[in-house]
Design a protein around this ligand. Structure first.
Ligand SMILES: Cc1cc2nc3c(=O)[nH]c(=O)nc-3n(C[C@H](O)[C@H](O)[C@H](O)COP(=O)(O)OP(=O)(O)OC[C@H]3O[C@@H](n4cnc5c(N)ncnc54)[C@H](O)[C@@H]3O)c2cc1C
Length: 491
C-alpha cells in the first residue's frame, strides 16, 4: 500500500523521545518548528498516493499486488533505474530538491540490501532472510527510514574501540537469545525525528578490535531507550513562509541519536559483529549506489531550481540580456546539465550483476558526488553575484507591508520593472533562503558532506571506480607508437 500524508502524520504520534532546547517534545506533529517539514513529507506521500501519479510513483507489491512506492523497486533492467529516477524526480521537484533525506533515500539502501541476501547470509542464513523480509515490511507498510551511519565526532585519530569510553559509538553491550542490546550514539540523523524507522550501522571503516560496533540493524524511531537531540530547527524563527519559504517548510532537522540500552530483536539485525560485512553491505551490494542515485536526482532538481532563480533575479533588474550575465547563466546551465547528465550516464552504463539485478555505474555516480560537492559553492556564488545588495534590501518581514506609514516607501523604492514590491521582496527572500540564511548554510554543509568528505571519501571512491587500467593502457599505446629518431646517415 502507499500511505496518505494524513496516515504518515498519524504514524508519528508514537511517544518518540525527541529533545529540543532542553525540553522533551511531547508530540512532534504539534511542534511549530517541526510542522513545516512534516507537512512537506506528508505532501510527498499524498503525491505518491494520487491516482494521476500511480504509474510514475508505484509498482505492484510482489507480495500483495497493491501499489507500493517505486523507491522499493528492485532494479533488474536499465529501464527499472529510469523508473526509479522518474519517481525520485517527481518527489524532489515537489520540494525543489531541498529535502535530501526524503523517504526514498534510505529506501534505496534497503532495496540494495534485499538484492543481495547471500552477502548477509555469510554469517548465517537468518541474516540474509532478515534483509529480504525487512525490505518487504518497509515496502508494504510504506515506512520512512532515516539513518545514522557515522559515529559521533569525538576523536577521528582513533578507532572505535580505542575511544576513551567504550560506549561512545553505538555498539552491542549485551547478547540475548531473542536479540541484542545497543548503547552509545550515532549521527547525523537527518529526518530522524520525523521518521518511522532508523537504520543504524557504520560506513566509516572498522578494523580489528571494533567488532562490537560492526552492526547493521533497524529500530523503530519510538524504541524504548532511543533519544534524539535535534539541532535548532530553522523554521522556529521564520515569521512566515513568505519571509523564509525554504527554512519554514523544508528543514528536515538533524539529530544526534542516542541509544541507551536499546533492545533490537534478531529479526531486525542484518550484520552482527563483522567488520568486513559491515563495509561490504554498502559497496558489494547496490545499496550505496541506489541511495546516492536518489541523492543525485534530488541534486539535479535543486540545481535546476537554482539556475531558474538566478535567471529570475537577473530579469528582475533587467540585466539578463547582458553578455556578462549570460556567461554566468551559461555556466550555471552547464552545471545543471552535468548534474542530470551524469545520473543518466550512471543508468545507461549500469552494471549487470550475475544475480539478476543492475546497479548504477559507480564511475559516473561517484564522479557526480565529487563534482556537485565542488561546484555547488560556485553556483551559489553566481546567484549572490547576480542578486547584489538586493538580497539585503528587503523589509524585515511581511509585517512592514501591513504598516501604512512605510508600506508606501516599500512600494515606491523596493520594486522592479514588472514586479510589484511584494512580488520582488518575495523573490529576493526566496533567494536569500537559498544562499544566505541559516538553512542555506546548512545546505552548503549538506552538499559538501552528505556522501562523505571530498578529500577522504568521495575522491577515493571515484579513484577506485575509474578504469585507470584502460587510461594507462592508452598512454602505453601512445608511448609504444614512437621511439628515438633514427640516427642520421653518416653519424
Ligand atoms: C547536513 C548534513 C546532513 C547529514 N545527514 C546524515 C544522515 O542523515 N545520516 C548519516 O549517517 N550521516 C549524515 N551526515 C554525516 C555525513 O555522512 C558526514 O558528515 C560525512 O560522512 C563526513 O563525516 P564527518 O562529518 O564525521 O567528517 P569527518 O570524516 O570527520 O571529516 C572532517 C574532516 O576531517 C578530515 N578527516 C577525518 N578523518 C581523517 C583522517 N583519518 N585522516 C585525514 N583526514 C581526516 C576529513 O577529510 C574532513 O576534512 C550528514 C552531514 C551533514 C553535514
Amino acid at each position: 500500500m502507499v500511505r496518505t500524508g494524513a496516515e504518515y502524520i498519524a504514524s508519528l504520534r508514537d511517544d518518540r523521545t525527541v529533545y529540543m532546547h532542553g525540553e522533551r517534545v511531547r508530540d512532534v506533529t504539534e511542534h511549530p518548528a517541526l510542522q513545516g517539514a512534516i507537512r512537506s513529507i506528508a505532501g510527498l506521500y499524498d503525491l505518491a498516493a494520487a491516482p494521476e501519479n500511480r504509474t510514475v510513483m508505484t509498482f505492484p507489491s510482489p507480495a500483495t499486488g497493491a501499489p507500493v512506492n517505486m523507491s522499493f523497486l528492485m532494479p533488474r533492467t536499465p529501464e527499472d533505474l529510469v523508473a526509479r529516477r522518474r519517481a525520485h524526480r517527481l518527489w524532489a521537484d515537489a520540494t525543489f530538491g531541498m529535502m535530501g533525506r526524503s523517504p526514498d533515500h534510505v529506501a534505496g539502501f534497503m532495496t540494495g540490501f534485499a538484492l543481495c541476501p547471500d552477502l548477509f547470509a555469510r554469517d548465517g542464513q537468518r541474516f540474509g532472510d532478515n534483509v529480504v523480509r525487512f525490505h518487504a515490511y518497509l515496502r508494504d507498510h510504506d515506512l520512512y527510514t532515516a539513518y545514522v551511519i557515522i559515529p559521533p565526532h569525538i576523536d577521528r585519530s582513533k578507532p572505535a574501540h580505542q575511544q576513551e569510553d567504550p560506549h561512545l559509538y553505538a555498539g552491542v553491550v549485551e547478547e540475548r537469545s531473542d536479540g541484542i542490546v545497543v548503547t552509545g550514539a550515532q549521527t547525523l540523523g537527518t529526518g530522524a525525528a520525523i521518521s518511522n524507522e532508523i537504520f543504524v550501522s557504520s560506513i566509516v571503516p572498522l578494523g580489528p578490535g571494533d567488532e562490537s560496533y560492526a552492526l547493521s540493524l533497524c529500530v523503530p524511531t519510538a524504541s524504548p531507550g532511543l533519544r534524539m537531540i535535534v539541532r535548532r530547527p530553522y523554521a522556529e524563527t521564520a515569521p512566515s513562509v513568505y519571509d523564509y519559504p525554504l527554512s519554514s517548510r523544508f528543514d528536515e532537522t538533524d539529530a544526534l541519536v542516542v541509544f541507551d540500552r536499546v533492545f533490537v530483536p534478531w529479526e531486525r539485525v542484518f550484520v552482527y559483529r563483522n567488520t568486513a560485512l559491515t563495509r561490504a553491505q554498502f559497496y558489494e551490494t547496490p545499496a550505496h549506489a541506489l541511495g546516492n542515485h536518489q541523492a543525485q536526482v534530488r541534486f539535479a532538481s535543486k540545481a535546476q531550481f537554482l539556475a531558474g532563480l538566478s535567471l529570475r533575479i537577473a530579469e528582475s533588474i533587467g540585466v539578463d540580456k547582458t553578455p556578462q550575465t549570460q556567461t554566468m547563466l551559461g555556466e550555471l546551465a552547464s552545471y545543471c546539465a552535468m548534474a542530470a547528465g551524469l545520473v543518466v550516464a550512471s543508468e545507461t552504463e549500469c552494471v549487470r550483476d550475475p544475480r539478476g539485478f543492475v546497479s548504477p555505474s559507480a564511475t559516473y555516480l561517484y564522479a557526480n558526488n565529487w563534482l556537485q560537492a565542488t561546484y555547488y559553492q560556485t553556483m551559489l556564488t553566481y546567484l549572490r553575484e547576480l542578486a547584489g545588495s538586493g538580497l539585503l534590501q528587503v523589509p524585515a518581514s511581511y509585517k512592514d507591508y501591513l504598516n501604512p506609514e512605510i508600506a508606501g516607501d516599500l512600494e515606491r523604492y523596493v520594486r522592479s520593472p514588472g514586479l510589484k514590491s511584494i512580488e520582488r521582496t518575495k523573490l529576493y527572500k526566496l533567494a536569500w533562503d537559498l544562499v544566505g540564511s541559516e538553512f542555506a548554510g546548512r545546505h552548503q554543509q549538506y552538499e559538501l558532506f552528505y556522501a562523505g568528505g571530498r578529500a577522504q571519501t568521495t575522491s577515493v571512491r571515484v579513484y577506485r571506480a575509474f578504469d585507470f587500467a584502460a587510461a594507462r593502457a592508452m598512454v602505453e599505446r601512445c608511448l609504444a607508437g614512437y621511439d628515438l629518431p633514427a640516427a642520421p646517415p653518416g653519424s
